[in-house]
Design a protein around this ligand. Structure first.
Ligand code: CP
Ligand code: NVA
Length: 308
């Protein structure tokens, strides 16, 4: 009888203790890699990466990460596989999970990845759904800790759409005990149930994005139109016009506040060039840390706690 696999489908699938372990391992694995010390705990293991939406960072970081850990990654997309010709997701999960050791999926509704995971013999990782982007927040929080120390008790300002990134920040606040100040245009407010929250006490909503940014330790935003919502683009460009993170917003945040963006970014829309290319911005570290945090995640899901 197989042990039930441990999945990472939403941020709250990992406890605080597990996240602390992953952040500790990230540092070890990153340091070792920078010193050219080979580390191959996943030799002979295979990751299948299923993409139903575009990607640069997620594909590259998982593929390079698996290689660096001694394993292999296989890229699959809907266009070239039987998934695009209507093979049930449950059947695909049964078959794929007999051939590989871990699966990463980027898809549309969260329900798709949940159904896949329910029929998978191996761990399944959410590489972005309409609802969540847990791997990105793992990297973002590691980047915060690397720069500023523990995130507990700190304030994160979220400016823009209450999308997959926002929902995941809100889940992370509950698990790691920090606060989120959210400012969205009217009609785009947080939906606590869709965000998968247990409570509404870790975030506060602000009509004015300046108020959300006041005294924040981290200011973050994302595209106004996420993948899959392109038909709403024109409407969103109008609705979000006053929700651009600019130097004025950063000036009311904490003096040493960080700016993050999961990328890809649109300068002149959700963020001013002077912010994303300015002194507060850590977006390149944030992107690089996708690689290191995901290696620690893969190690944990496949090998459990490793002490060395
Ligand atoms: N941030 C992020 O997930 O980037 P990609 O869409 O390029 O994977
Ligand atoms: N919210 C964005 C994130 C892209 C990495 C999207 O879903 O398109």
């Amino acid at each position: 009888m197989l042990q039930t696999p441990k999945h990472f489908l939403q941020f709250k699938d990992l406890s605080r203790a597990e996240l602390e372990l992953i952040f500790k391992r990230t540092q070890v694995i990153k340091d070792r890699f920078k010193r050219y010390q080979p580390y191959h705990p996943l030799a002979d293991r295979t990751l299948a990466m299923i993409f139903e939406k575009n990607s640069t960072r997620t594909r590259l970081s998982f593929e390079a990460g698996m290689h660096q850990l001694g394993g292999t990654a296989i890229y699959l997309n809907t266009r070239d596989t039987q998934l695009g010709r209507g093979e049930p997701v449950e059947d695909a999960a049964e078959v794929i999970s007999r051939m590989v050791d871990v699966v990463m999926i980027r898809t549309f509704e969260q329900d798709i990845i949940e159904r896949f995971a329910a029929h998978s013999r191996v761990p399944v990782i959410n590489g972005l759904t309409n609802e969540y982007h847990p791997c990105q927040i793992l990297a973002d929080i590691y980047t915060f800790i690397e720069r500023c120390g523990p995130i507990q008790g700190k304030t994160v300002a979220w400016v823009g759409d209450s999308n997959n990134m926002c929902n995941t920040w809100l889940q992370a606040a509950e698990v790691l005990d920090f606060n989120v100040h959210v400012s969205t245009p009217p009609g785009y407010e947080v939906e606590p149930e869709r965000a998968g929250l247990f409570t509404t006490s870790y975030y506060e909503e602000f009509t004015d994005p300046m108020d959300a940014c006041r005294d924040a330790d981290l200011v973050t935003t994302d595209v106004w139109t996420s993948m899959g919502f392109e038909a709403e683009n024109a409407e969103r460009m109008q609705a979000f016009a006053d929700w651009q993170v600019d130097a004025e917003m950063m000036s009311v945040a904490h003096k040493a506040a960080l700016f993050m963006h999961c990328l890809p970014a649109h300068r002149g829309e959700e963020v001013a060039a002077e912010v994303i290319d300015g002194a507060h911005s850590v977006v390149w570290d944030e992107a690089e840390n996708r690689l290191h945090t995901q290696k620690a995640l893969l190690e944990y899901l496949l090998r459990g706690q490793i002490e060395d």
